[in-house]
Design a protein around this ligand. Structure first.
Ligand SMILES: [Mg+2]
Length: 211
């Protein structure tokens, strides 16, 4: 942190932090049921739980391990990228929108020349942001955990993110709705963390020295 204790970069998690994701899991289950994809959805959720926090070094190696958790990895890969992620984007577009505090906070950060990044545990970050009404150009950088080689709270993913931003972890503030993923990952590299509480403005006090 600088002498004013301002972070150089504020990193926002996406799902549940930039928008209220209430009901999203149910909508995904219902749509998957209708499409006959419920078995794949359950496998996907189990694979995420099993691989969370593990470093696979690269996006390619991560997805290879991820799809090996399915009975038919090639079929699962096609489903994930051609059906599941587009489904998620389409539900977001129809039913979800950005929290109202986001634009105000982004303006404050820009005025103070504090960079903004978004770090999601899923891919398609740009599409998902656009779907909820967040122009991807509002952020200085977008990251997804698979592309960094490991799902949150993978320490290596958080370290790579800092490297890409050319900052030290202690110069960043991570804002996220989950301590077990966003918080533990941030803390593993020495990054400050602010837990986002649903429907509240996040605790980013840029004037105080308690960041
Ligand atoms: Mg989240």
């Amino acid at each position: 942190m600088s002498t004013t204790n301002q972070p150089r970069v504020v990193i926002f998690d996406l799902d549940g932090t930039l928008y209220d994701k209430s009901g999203l899991a149910c909508r995904l289950i219902f749509s998957s049921l209708v499409r006959g994809d419920l078995g794949l959805l359950r496998r996907e959720q189990n694979a995420r739980k099993k691989l969370r926090g593990i470093s696979f070094n690269s996006e390619e190696q991560f997805y290879e391990a991820f799809f090996l958790e399915f009975p038919n990895p090639e079929k699962a890969r096609r489903w994930y990228f051609e059906r599941y992620m587009p489904l998620m984007v389409s539900i977001l577009q129809r039913k979800y929108s950005l929290y109202s505090w986001v634009s105000e906070i982004l303006k404050q950060l820009k005025d103070r020349q504090i960079r903004v990044a978004v770090f999601s545990d899923y891919g398609c970050v740009e599409d998902k942001l656009q779907a909820i009404g967040f122009d991807p150009r509002w952020a200085d950088a977008l990251f997804d955990a698979p592309a960094l080689g490991g799902l949150k709270p993978c320490k290596e993913s958080f370290a790579k993110l800092c490297e890409a931003l050319n900052v030290k972890p202690e110069e960043c503030l991570m804002v996220g709705d989950r301590h077990d993923t966003d918080g533990l990952g941030a803390e593993s590299v020495g990054m400050s963390f602010s837990l986002y509480v649903r429907n509240c403005r996040p605790g980013i006090n840029l004037d105080a020295s308690h960041l």
